[in-house]
Unconditional design. Structure first.
Length: 149
């Protein structure tokens, strides 16, 4: 029987992690393709993670309230096929090509000009500004004084 690693899917450009809120399946349960296995919560949305394969849940790698990074394996599902857990394929790169790439990267890094990041202060006000407003103000270079006006 083959084993499939169920990973936390990418859920948006700025979402890097999620919290496990509830397991809908337990070890030993049969799972159909696209059936929800667990519920997660991010700072933006709560959602369910579906299975990409049909099989039996054989291992749960995170508990409720654990924080999981996007791309991390959260569970192992045993499928009907043969084989083991999918492994990444190794690629061999010739040494000369690798050295050329490293040299090019060094040249690129050396030619990059460092630019000072301007981040105006948007906290410390008596008025309430939501985190979204604060982030937009910071990105647009709007000071706290301008926001208060």
């Amino acid at each position: 029987m083959a084993k499939f690693e169920l990973k936390l899917p990418k859920m948006g450009e700025s979402v890097a992690e999620a919290t496990v809120t509830n397991w809908l399946k337990k070890v030993g349960d049969t799972i159909e393709m696209d059936e929800a296995v667990l519920e997660i919560a991010t700072d933006k949305v709560d959602s369910e993670v579906p299975s990409e394969v049909s099989g039996t849940l054989v291992e749960i790698l995170f508990n409720v309230d654990d924080v999981v990074k996007v791309g991390q394996t959260i569970a192992i599902i045993e499928t009907e096929g043969s084989g083991e857990v999918a492994q990444e394929e190794k690629v061999e790169i010739p040494v000369a090509e690798l050295e050329k790439t490293i040299e090019l990267a060094k040249e690129t890094v050396a030619s990059v000009e460092v630019v000072q990041d301007f981040s105006p202060e948007v906290s410390g006000s008596d008025k309430f500004f939501s985190p979204l407003v604060k982030n937009i103000a910071k990105e647009e270079g709007i000071s706290l004084e301008e926001l208060e006006k």
